[in-house]
Structures are given as C-alpha cells and as structure tokens.
Write a protein that binds this ligand. Structure first.
Ligand code: ZN
Length: 133
C-alpha cells in the first residue's frame, strides 16, 4: 500500500533548522554569512565562499518573481497529484536566493511575474510556498 503522508522536511538540521523556525513564526528567512555577507542558499551553516561558520538568519520580505518553472505531469508521490507546477522564485531583496514552491495545476506563468510567500502547514511543520502576488 502506498503512503499518502506528505513529505515533511527535517526541521532540526543544523543547516536548515533556522529556516523552518522562522517559517513557524510566519517569517521567511535566508542564511547569510556574517563575515562576507554571502547568501548561503540552499541554507547551510558553513560559508563555502570564505570558510566561516559564523552566519545569521535574515528575515526577508517574502516577495519575489518567477525565475523559472516546470509542470510535473508524471506522479512521483501519492500526496502530490498531477499536474502541478514547480516554480523557482527569485527574492526581491536577495536575488542571489531562489526558492522553490509548488502550485496546483498547470500554471500559465511568465518570467518576472510577482510572487508572494505563504506557509503551508504539514503535520505542524510550516513549509514556505508561493502564489502569484
Ligand atoms: Zn562567508
């Protein structure tokens, strides 16, 4: 029997825990290096630009624009019926950070369309998602 439990990210990981802590508070945050101010996304504790372990979680506006997308037509998990659209969003205030989200159906998107974050709650875990602004 196939599981219909949605996929839940690990929230106690050293690299990504702060991302989900912020999401639980309804805040989108990205990881920045305190030494060189590099954007460390995907989130990670270690800065591979300067070698520092000293970083911080920076709250961001939660707005961005469509950078890219794809429509998933082949179902890979029973909790995510097809079709759906996976979107890559470039943040307005930190364009070096691009976050993914899942939108229902086949979305008619265009590069640069404004997007806004929202938080999907899955088994008490808040997961940032995106919708057209
Ligand atoms: Zn650095």
């Amino acid at each position: 029997m196939e599981s219909t439990t949605p996929l839940i990210p690990a929230t106690d990981d050293i690299d990504t825990g702060g991302f989900f802590d912020a999401a639980r508070r309804g805040q989108l945050a990205i990881r920045l290096c305190n030494r060189c101010d590099a954007v460390l996304h995907m989130p990670r504790a270690y800065c591979h630009y300067c070698g520092s372990w000293d970083g911080r979680w920076q709250p961001v506006a939660g707005t961005g624009s469509v950078y890219s997308w794809t429509v998933v037509e082949h179902q890979v998990h029973p909790s995510y019926p097809v079709p759906y659209t996976v979107v890559l969003v470039e943040l307005d205030d930190y364009p070096a950070a691009r976050l993914i989200g899942r939108l229902p159906g086949r979305q008619d998107l265009a590069p640069g369309q404004p997007m806004r974050v929202w938080f999907e709650t899955i088994d008490d875990v808040a997961v940032p998602q995106w919708r057209l602004a």
